[in-house]
Write a protein that binds this ligand. Structure first.
Ligand code: OFO
Length: 162
């Protein structure tokens, strides 16, 4: 049985994961508008992954016999003009999500909810990977700066994500 505090925090996280999915979809749309189809593809896949994260929480809450309560998803921004800035924002968002996951682990510990603490470990590991992946993309984007040729190759590389 989840404590009311833990249930609320997990429901809030479902919303945060769905917002992540929505944010990356908005970024994908922006990349399409900027003629960066590879980056758009990468972000669409990222959006799909975030939806899967939300569903992991959804399933877990149900398994623990809690009730999922969906909340409104806020409107994402759509004003990016540079791919490097867009990926900086992806990193900042993932860092924010990592902090949220850490806060959830802390709450699970405070509530003596070892099952939830154990469930969250997958996300702790996933956040390390996600931040590292995005950081590597940013480093390459910084290297090429505004050079169209460099951007073309990075976009092509991002398009190969499977
Ligand atoms: Fe990008 O991470 Fe979900 O959790």
């Amino acid at each position: 049985m989840l404590s009311p505090k833990m249930l609320q925090a997990l429901n809030d996280q479902i919303n945060a994961e769905l917002y992540s999915s929505y944010l990356y979809l908005a970024m994908a749309a922006r990349c399409e508008a900027l003629d960066l189809p590879g980056a758009a593809h990468w972000l669409r896949l990222q959006s799909k992954e975030e939806h899967e994260h939300a569903m992991k929480f959804f399933q877990y809450v149900n398994e623990r016999r809690g009730e999922v309560k969906l909340q409104a998803i806020k409107e994402p921004p759509c004003s990016w003009n540079k791919l490097c800035q867009l990926f900086e924002d992806v990193l900042a968002h993932e860092q924010y999500i990592s902090k949220r996951i850490n806060d959830l682990v802390k709450l699970a510990r405070d509530e003596n909810d070892y099952a939830t603490e154990n469930f969250l470990q997958w996300f702790v590991k996933e956040q390390v990977e996600e931040e590292a992946t995005v950081d590597a993309v940013i480093k390459r984007l910084r290297l090429v700066g505004e050079m169209p040729q460099g951007l073309f190759f990075i976009d092509r590389e991002l398009g190969q994500r499977s």
